[in-house]
Design a protein around this ligand. Structure first.
Ligand code: 6CS
Ligand code: FE
Length: 299
């Protein structure tokens, strides 16, 4: 059992009696300007400004086919379905997500180590990185539910013990993301304000929050203010496209009532300088398949 180091001061208070906004106290791009890597200077600039960078084609159509086949294999494997790392859709009972997919599947483990992926994470985070969380999201058609507005960092700080905003996610589309089938929406620039949410974290919150999050949800007033200030950007793109986004972006996605699945693989890289300590606002840690406690750098 790894013992987490002593917790540092809490720069981002959340899940107290009232909602409280705190200006970001961390860089967005941690590497020095001009640091070589797959992102161009302009791409890093827009990542800094907006909190995200979209790539039209990160992986080839042939590679998409390989990952889609692997996703289909996993979601039809009874062993995977029975695994606690699988989360099902509240309505249909179909598989919604499979967590720790980079440990379950050698195919997805290869994607994590791919230089087009991990070198971008290192470039943004300015250090070696490890996987804090990975998952495939199936988001089948005909009613798959979305994810309400939230900041991932708010959860990863409160429940997984990530101290600083030195974490980046990449969502790689494995099916076409239309403007109708429940695509990712991000409020550009929202990553520069941390919105501490009101309301304590229930015991075993993750058992519910991964289907329908309720702790760590911003108020309507706060969301209205964010949306008025930042707008809302909807990401569309072909299979193989990718969206890199900062851990503190306010984001969400709608239900998918079309016949067309919106499947992606979602990988969260954390800096090895920001390893998880004790949760800042939860009674206990979440399981390691959701918030990693093995900090071995990706190599
Ligand atoms: O709780 C989490 O860690 C997950 N929940 C959502 C809605 N997004 C981030 C993350 O995968
Ligand atoms: Fe999220």
């Amino acid at each position: 059992m790894t013992t987490a180091p002593e917790r540092t001061a809490d720069l981002y208070p959340t899940r107290g009696a009232t909602e409280v906004a705190t200006p970001r106290q961390d860089p967005v791009v941690w590497s020095e300007p001009g640091t070589p890597g797959p992102f161009s200077g302009d791409e890093l600039g827009s990542f800094e400004r907006d909190g995200f960078a979209a790539i039209d084609q990160l992986i080839t159509p042939e590679e998409v086919a390989t990952y889609r086949a692997e996703l289909d294999r996993l979601v039809t494997d009874p062993g995977v379905r029975a695994d606690e790392r699988s989360v099902v859709e509240p309505r249909s009972g179909e598989i919604r997500s499979v967590f720790e997919v980079h440990r379950i599947s050698d195919v997805f483990a290869g994607l994590v180590r791919d230089p087009r992926v991990v070198d971008r994470a290192r470039q943004i985070l300015g250090s070696d990185v490890y996987v804090h969380q990975s998952r495939i999201n199936v988001k089948p058609g005909f009613g798959a539910s979305g994810f309400y507005w939230h900041s991932d960092f708010e959860t990863w700080h409160a429940e997984d013990g990530l101290s600083r905003m030195r974490t980046v996610s990449v969502s790689i589309a494995l099916t076409e993301n239309y403007d109708t089938n429940g695509g990712l929406m991000i409020m550009p620039g929202s990553h520069l304000t941390f919105l501490g949410c009101a309301g304590e974290t229930p015991e075993d919150n993750y058992k519910k929050s991964l289907q329908m999050q309720d702790a760590g949800i911003p108020s309507d007033e706060a969301l209205t203010g964010f949306a008025d200030r930042h707008g809302i950007h909807l990401f569309t793109g072909k299979a193989g496209s990718a969206t890199w986004f900062d851990c503190n972006c306010m984001h969400g996605s709608g239900d998918n009532i079309t016949p067309y699945p919106r499947s992606n693989v979602f990988i969260v890289f954390n800096s090895v300088e920001n390893t998880a300590v004790e949760p800042f606002a939860a009674p206990v840690r979440r399981p390691s398949f959701i918030g990693a406690r093995d900090f071995t750098p990706v190599s």
